[in-house]
Design a binder for this molecule. Sequence first.
Ligand SMILES: Cc1cc2nc3c(=O)[nH]c(=O)nc-3n(C[C@H](O)[C@H](O)[C@H](O)COP(=O)(O)O)c2cc1C
Length: 345
Amino acid sequence: MSRIQTSVTRLLGVRSPIVAAPMAGASTVRLALEASRGGGFGFTAAGYGDAQMLHSDLQVARTVSSVEMRHGLPIGVGFLGWQLDQQPSALDMLRTVRNSDVQAVWFAFGKDLGRWINHVRELDSHADDGRKTIIFVQVNSLREALVAVHEWKVDVLVAQGIESGGHGNGSAPSTFTLVSSILSALPHSGPPVLAAGGLANGTHAAAYLTLGCAGAVFGTRFLLTPESLYTDAQKAALISAGPESTVRTMAFDQARGTLGWPNGVDGRAIRNETVADVEAGVDMQEVKKKFQEAVNGGDPTRMLVWAGEGVHLMREIKGAKVLVEEIHSEMVLALESAGLLVQHD
Ligand SMILES: Cc1cc2nc3c(=O)[nH]c(=O)nc-3n(C[C@H](O)[C@H](O)[C@H](O)COP(=O)(O)O)c2cc1C
């Protein structure tokens, strides 16, 4: 397998600049480990959980990957900033991550991410192994990117555009525009920038590499793996989605009661009856009741299926390791083909 070398593959010590995004309610440590085994780098998500849940997840990861532990546990953990802000065991969660030798953390969607980043750095400085946790921060605007780089001095910047699946800022530019504006504003010595949002295959990832990104983040694509927590019904909805099937909405957060996101954040999901009811002004108690019934009964017409705009190009379920290998091969092919366009007279 050819290696693709960028600043982020060097930082992570991996052969492919493909990152499996942390996805609350969908990622697992097994998904993250398999993505890393495929040559990329996988994240699991702390999501709405607490220190105890994270501890048992990471115990499993350490057990199954004991052979690969020489450079730390080869996965990352993604945190939702606003959940940490209200989680009594937040500091324990960060300590658990550090004590489990997790290589990287990812922060997004918080009012004060700098506070949590400082905690991670303090934990690093008090440890006696000299290892530094690699800090990823996901941003939705150039303004956020500049704070992350200049104030928090993050190690990796994830530029998440409006096409992305799951939560993001509803006013974010397209991934292409966001990446371009961030790359042109950062100094050459700035951190690696990864593109996130709407990517479905290796050709997409290669395009972002030629734009100047150091890597590519895939979320929705990894929902279609046996390792994701998505149900068969949710996966079937993803596979049958068309180019106009998704919508940015707060309907599902209202229906399931996950409110508290920073201003401007909503989420991209497959449009269905739950969204239609909220848009039509149906009483929220009624929406919640029907949504809960749909969750219990696996009703595909009302359930929640987060998905990015690239979903209509995804048609198969396959293991996360094979998926990374396949996306990587597509990237290699696309990058080599791009090189052939240049003719020196
Ligand atoms: C089901 C799902 C859950 C997500 N959960 C999180 C999360 O917990 N933290 C986070 O920073 N981003 C989360 N995201 C966003 C991803 O990090 C990533 O930016 C996004 O999936 C990229 O767009 P794509 O889905 O079009 O590939 C989630 C996305 C999905 C699809």
